[in-house]
Ligand binder design. Structure first.
Ligand code: XLS
Ligand code: NI
Ligand code: NI
Length: 437
């Protein structure tokens, strides 16, 4: 197999190709339903997993070397940026996402970090232009440093709240400078481990106020993009406040954030919450806050956020079905919040992993289009709710009845026949679409 530096730009060679460094299903400029595949899918590279992660786990150190031959911090971070854009070019990925600490060295204090960060953001702006790439979203890492051990905006310590605000402000400035279309709040430490030491009401109110101030600041500087909450039930804290999509919606409504915030749904977080990926996407959609996606998959047997590259085509198909039904992404996209396995420890594996993930979503898109064109599943659903289109059902849909009328109606129609849900049949229809020749 080829070595990393021998690999040219990865191109589409079709499903029969055996070339590992080719796309089998992702053909970026192919038009499907009036839109290029790259516009349907809006793939983004995650900086942290791609440039930083070196195979460390709870039991062992690095298995990969991503020092790129540099030791001086600013040089190393600039080199990382060069590699990031080179990888995006090779893979035809148009967007990227980062945390503040992914792109710039920490320095000795906050001031030094902000200086470094600004310098690198300027450098990223140059690279974006040169390579024709865009920032999908960025975020402040307000969970890694020890001062965030008890939370950031939900810390019991007000100085930590202030520091968190300073970091988010710097990130919002960077976002505006880079023309980003999203800012993510993922509350890794915004939760608790025991109620014995936690004032939940203070923490939630502080978190709501924090997000309102972030929104007001960014809007006052002309930021037009979306804010996202990325729900996750647990890990690292035992109970995170943004548990799942429904909990996040409740929070957004309570703190009047529904107009500016949407959700960034991560597949592995959905399964950690005991939901399917498509359940979380549908919940976001029915609440009008579908925004962006962190594309990955978990391992049901390991039961933690393993952030694997997505290869399960059932999941990617049902995900793309939701995206298509939503009319596509606006400011959001598909960010690969995914890392190569610890044993996949070469640079080539990074390319192979992205190819696998991109192809899984490209195939998912193609199959979701088939599901819609085939029509059997949508028609079945339509038919199942037909009783709401005439008679008493129509009145219910129009919200023009009442309990007296319904009660009178029920007394006359108590011989009811509820139709079969036909789950097994529908699952076999989905299989026939997925595995057709
Ligand atoms: C961790 C989260 C994180 C966010 C960004 O579980 O997925 O990577 O996407 O902070
Ligand atoms: Ni994520
Ligand atoms: Ni995650």
């Amino acid at each position: 197999m080829k070595k990393y530096n021998e690999i040219e730009k990865v191109v589409y060679k079709g499903p029969d190709s055996k070339d590992p460094f080719s796309f089998k299903y992702y053909n970026p400029d192919e038009v499907i339903l009036g839109k290029k595949m790259r516009e349907h899918l809006k793939f983004a590279m995650s900086y942290w997993h791609t440039l930083d992660y070196c195979g460390v786990d709870m039991f062992g150190g690095p298995t990969e070397d991503k020092s790129w031959g540099e030791t001086e911090p600013m040089k190393l971070y600039k080199k990382r940026a060069d590699v990031a854009f080179e990888l995006m070019d090779k893979l035809s990925i148009d967007y990227y996402c980062f945390h503040d600490v992914d792109v710039a060295p920490k320095g000795k204090n906050l001031k030094e970090f902000f200086d470094n960060f600004k310098e690198i953001v300027d450098y990223l702006a140059v690279l974006q232009k040169k390579h024709n790439k865009k920032l999908l979203w960025c975020t402040a890492n307000n969970f890694g440093d020890k001062v965030f051990m008890a939370g950031a905006a939900t810390s019991p310590n007000a100085d930590v709240f202030a520091l968190s605000a300073a970091k988010v402000k710097a990130c919002l400035d960077a976002n505006i400078k880079l023309g980003g279309t999203g800012y993510v709040f993922w509350g890794g430490r915004e939760g608790y481990d025991t109620l014995l030491n936690t004032n939940m009401k203070v923490e939630l109110d502080n978190l709501g106020y924090f997000m309102q101030m972030a929104r007001d600041y960014a809007r006052s500087k002309g930021y037009k993009g979306d804010f996202y909450i990325e729900p996750k039930p647990k890990e690292p804290t035992k109970h995170q406040y943004d548990f799942d999509a429904a909990t996040a919606c409740n929070f957004l409504r309570t703190y009047n954030l529904m107009d500016d915030f949407r959700l960034n749904i991560e597949a592995n977080h959905a399964t950690l919450a005991g939901h399917t990926f498509e359940h979380e996407l549908r919940t976001a959609r029915v609440n009008g806050v579908f925004g962006s996606i962190d594309a990955n998959q978990g391992d049901m047997l390991l039961g933690r956020d393993t952030d694997q590259f997505p290869t399960n085509v059932y999941d990617t198909t049902l995900c793309m079905y939701e995206v298509l039904k939503e009319g596509g992404f606006t400011n959001g996209g598909l960010n690969f919040d995914a890392k190569t396995r610890r044993q996949s420890n070469t640079l080539e594996d990074i390319l192979l992993a992205y190819i696998a993930g991109m192809d899984a979503f490209a195939l998912g898109l193609r199959k979701a289009v088939k599901m819609i064109e085939d029509g059997r599943i949508d028609e079945f659903k339509e038919e199942r709710y037909r009783s709401y289109q005439t008679g008493i059902g129509e009145k219910i849909s129009q919200k023009s009845t009442n309990f007296e009328e319904l009660s009178e109606y029920a007394l006359k129609h108590d011989d009811i026949n509820v139709q079969s849900g036909r789950q097994e049949y529908l699952e076999s229809v989905l299989n026939s679409i997925l595995f057709e020749k």
